[in-house]
Design a protein. Sequence first.
Length: 297
Amino acid sequence: MNDTELLADRFEEHRGRLRAVAYRMLGSLPEAEDAVQETWLKLSRTDADQIRNLGGWLTTVVGRVCLDLLRARTARREDPIDETFVPDPLLRPLTELDPEEEVLQADSVGLALLVVLETLEPAERLAFVLHDLFAVPFDDIAPIVERTSAATRQLAGRARRRVQGAAPSTAPDLGRQREIVEAFLAAAREGDFDALVALLHPDVALRADSGALVRGAAASKALRGARAIAEQALMFAPFARLAQLALVNGSVGVVNAPEGQLLSVMGVTIADGRITGMYILSDPDRLARLDANGSVR
């Protein structure tokens, strides 16, 4: 095995963490893959023998790559992020999880948090993601954002306050989540309006991201309130008959993928036995880049 192959093997040991960092930074699976690949290219052009902590070096490099991508995205964006935007979902089959896997799922980042992260300034997002989600010291983050450690700490603090005030949490019990989501689908299939309303928090919020080209009843929308969202669920009851449960960003959600073709993905947040948030991605262009297991095609 030559030096390049050895270095590639060492890089692969860190790929999962790098992909996790990039996904939380960008909210896009294809862009996260691109950022990880760019990090590999930077490593391959570097004298790795001079790197004392390869994992730390790679994490800061992928963070810098993501920061550049976020700044470029912000510069191109003429309008604020649309209130119907839903990030790319991470999908896994819903199987019987052993206790160790349940712990790993608890570390998953929900769509609700990713939505809030999209509202942060790029440097705030980087400081929060690297420090709060991956325990990178502020002294290591500061050079990336070209600020002092104290100023970087303030960036993360501002982001943390935004997240705590806006990102709803969900009940961690996957079994209970499954019961509620199954009951919601059953009520939709049966056309039971009252049962749907009972399963929804009175102030439940829905984001449905269908992309820019879809029109009519299936167009992107943002709704709030149990009755309005129950009415929407009844309108799309035929799709509920084809829906299957899956893990969506570590929580029980719903996929509609007849014959393996993804048509929609729904993530939910649940608290006190009722659904508090619904995040639906049905943008055909974005879903075409994913497969039914949430991997980039």
